[in-house]
Design a protein around this ligand. Structure first.
Ligand code: URA
Length: 192
């Protein structure tokens, strides 16, 4: 599995298929552990990710780690992390359709190689790429969908959204994330 991923990563490292190749510092290909039942697909690298070449290392990433740790899961042991696109868009703007299309082969290859049992679709950008639905994340978060290779996919809020919404009251985005992560842990435990 590592060898197959490395072959794709190598291709990605020299990728010039879209304009983002010109402004990137690093490709952000993956984080966490490959032989995991759980894969998380985020949006795109931000400033810190671009500098370090690792996904979710900024403030949003730290919150994401805490959310997983609250149910005993860590990126060192239990999760494989990647993004919809592998290079940082200037000023963290949303990825263009053409950029998502150019990068799609790498994401598809990651899914094909890992065949994760659970895919977490983190935020609206990943949602639009993975599930063609007429709804945004608020409508579908916490629901299970059938995914590739018999996987289960769940859209969840992006941690950046949670950082902008401080409330922990019942029904708030943070409260909903707490429900979702517990459901994810429950299904994770039910897999053999
Ligand atoms: N936000 C994302 O969606 N991905 C990252 O890697 C960092 C921030």
């Amino acid at each position: 599995m590592r060898h197959e991923l490395d072959k794709i990563k190598e291709k990605c490292l020299s990728c010039q298929k879209c304009e983002l190749a010109k402004s990137r510092t690093n490709i952000v290909f993956e984080g966490g552990v490959p032989n995991s039942k759980l894969m998380l697909i985020g949006e795109a690298p931000g400033y810190h990710e671009d500098m370090q070449g690792v996904p979710f290392v900024g403030r949003a990433g730290q919150l994401l780690d805490k959310i997983f740790q609250s149910v005993g899961l860590t990126r060192e042991k239990d999760i494989y992390i990647c993004n919809t696109i592998k290079c940082r868009p200037p000023d963290n703007r949303n990825p263009l359709e053409s950029e998502k299309m150019a990068c799609r082969e790498y994401l598809d290859a990651q899914i094909d190689i890992l065949k994760p049992r659970i895919i977490l679709i983190c935020g609206n950008v990943a949602l639009q790429s993975m599930l063609k639905l007429p709804y945004g994340i608020s409508k579908v978060r916490g629901k299970w969908f059938d995914g590739p290779y018999n996987s289960k996919m769940m859209p969840i809020f992006h941690p950046s959204y949670l950082l902008r919404n401080a409330s922990r009251e019942k029904g708030s985005p943070k409260w909903l994330m707490w429900q979702d992560i517990q459901e994810i842990r429950r299904v994770y435990d039910s897999l053999n």
